[in-house]
Design a protein around this ligand. Structure first.
Ligand SMILES: C[S@@+](CC[C@H](N)C(=O)[O-])C[C@H]1O[C@@H](n2cnc3c(N)ncnc32)[C@H](O)[C@@H]1O
Length: 327
């Protein structure tokens, strides 16, 4: 078992094994976007576990993350509806055990989700924001600016309605913190399919799931997150030179943004192919300080007039069999 702590590296293999081999209390910020157990097709991972097994596994990797986190660190977990309740319950247990404190239950409202046929389209995921155990021994002292965790308010502040709409002289000139629902539909804010966020006069985030045509989309991973989502988290909950860890690297979004923002990066990924491609992406971001964009042609995507019918006509039974989650 190695007890040294690798820097700027992706460990290939099971994250729980890797995490348990590393020294505890060493990471400033953890962001986890696990497989959601909804049958996504990954290179190495089978995303259809028995329900009980999935919940047990979730608790185990969360515990391993909590062990790795510095007492002053921050830990974010992104999860879908299916297991949000179970995840929250486990976080409650960790709070009782004085290991983590939940600061916010954030809803990320995204667009470009799947269109359902006979129920409302899902357009959100749950983001649990927790901080480490220092919060139990050192209370918040806002006046003295003494916080038991990193929270760079100015890095994520947005203009308030008092400033932009009401011209209210009592408005805090440094703006306000964003709400805990992060949303907006792209059709209202963007013209050319680019990710837009933090408009100068807005207090909401313009975040969407990455649609296939976005330049940022790498095209080789089934569930790449938008960099903007990670940018807010990394800016508010870490500083330059800190270490950001992602136990489920995937296409490398968390670590790419961390590298771009001059943080050290560390991750785990089961698939050596994903790990290799993600490393290239991260190194590009570290070297250039910019997002790695990919050409539309590379992904076989063409722009133009939408087709009238996206899918050949199928019977409802056939459609249910193909994708039960749409019904
Ligand atoms: C939801 S994806 C992460 C996507 C990532 N946030 C992004 O923006 O690209 C989950 C990833 O976890 C990986 N994975 C699944 N089980 C794992 C395990 N036990 N240890 C490490 N990685 C694992 C899968 O191969 C998959 O790439």
């Amino acid at each position: 078992m190695t007890k040294t702590f690798p820097a700027d590296h992706i460990a290939i293999g099971d994250c729980i094994q890797s995490m348990n081999a590393w020294p505890e209390g060493a990471i400033d910020l953890i962001f986890a976007d696990p497989p959601y157990n909804i049958g996504y097709k990954y290179d190495q991972y089978e995303d259809r576990r028995d329900d009980h097994d999935y919940v047990q596994w979730t608790c185990t990797w969360i515990d391993a993350c909590a062990r790795l986190l510095k007492p002053t660190g921050s830990f974010y977990i992104l999860i879908g509806d299916e297991y949000a309740a179970e995840t929250r319950l486990h976080l409650k247990q960790l709070e009782r055990d004085h290991k983590l404190v939940l600061r916010n239950w954030i809803i990320w409202h995204y667009t470009f989700g799947q269109n359902c046929k006979v129920k409302f389209n899902r357009s959100h995921a749950h983001l649990f924001y927790c901080v480490g155990e220092e919060s139990f021994s050192r209370p918040l002292n806002l006046k003295a600016g003494d916080l038991p965790f990193t929270f760079n308010r100015q890095a994520v502040s947005v203009p308030s309605a008092r400033q932009t709409t009401y011209g209210d002289l009592r408005a805090n000139p440094t703006g306000k913190l964003p709400d805990d629902v992060w949303y907006l539909r792209p059709q209202e804010v963007e013209a050319d399919g680019q990710v837009g966020f933090f408009g100068p006069d807005e207090d909401t985030w313009y975040l969407k799931r990455l649609c296939g045509t976005f330049k940022e989309r790498q095209g080789w991973h089934p569930c790449q997150l938008p960099e903007a989502l990670l940018e807010r988290i990394i800016k508010v909950s870490s500083n330059e030179g800190d270490t950001v860890f992602d136990p489920f690297v995937g296409s490398g979004t968390t670590l790419a943004v961390a590298a771009r923002l001059k943080r050290h990066w560390l991750g785990c990924e089961l698939s050596d192919e994903y790990a290799c491609l993600a490393t290239k992406r991260i190194k590009h971001c570290a070297k250039t300080g910019t997002t790695l964009e990919s050409d539309l042609e590379d992904k076989g995507i063409k722009r133009g007039k939408p087709r009238k019918k996206a899918e050949p006509k199928r019977s409802t039974r056939e459609q249910v069999q193909r994708n039960p989650s749409l019904f």
